[in-house]
Design a protein around this ligand. Structure first.
Ligand SMILES: [Zn+2]
Ligand SMILES: [Zn+2]
Length: 141
């Protein structure tokens, strides 16, 4: 994702409204590695700006997704998460107990489908999800 200042310019250039609420959402997402849900973004922003609505959060996340600045991520933890790291391809570690999601930067050249198994698909990417218990959950049990 671009910096909050660059996003402000990008939103204006694409004819979208930029409000202090939206800029606060940009800041909440910048460098955020927790893969937050819309609710989590809402909570974070509301802490510094009480006048934000959940609807504004959803709308802004939708706009950011449309602009390719964030990517939706569904890893079976309930709600859709949002990933501001769209610059570097990566996989994810997911805790089955607390729903923690971490980035994993590793290349798997062997994850590919031989043509006879691809069933006519032009495969563009693959996502690997490693599931288990995170360090914190392991130390609590
Ligand atoms: Zn955990
Ligand atoms: Zn990620």
């Amino acid at each position: 994702m671009r910096t909050p200042a660059e996003l402000t310019q990008l939103f204006r250039a694409s004819g979208r409204h930029v409000t202090p609420q939206r800029q606060s959402i940009f800041r909440a997402l910048a460098g955020n590695e927790s893969h937050p849900t819309a609710e989590k973004v809402y909570e974070a922003v509301r802490a510094e700006m009480e006048t934000i609505s959940l609807k504004t959060v959803y709308q802004t996340l939708h706009d950011l997704e449309e602009l390719g600045e964030i990517a939706p991520l569904e890893v079976g933890t309930g709600a859709v998460r949002f990933d501001p790291n769209v610059e570097r391809a990566h996989h994810h570690l997911v805790c089955r107990v607390c729903g923690d999601v971490r980035d994993v930067f590793v290349d798997f050249p062997a994850v590919g489908l031989p043509e006879r198994l691809a069933q006519g698909y032009d495969v563009e990417r693959s996502d690997v999800v490693f599931r288990g218990r995170c360090g914190r959950c392991r130390s609590e049990s």
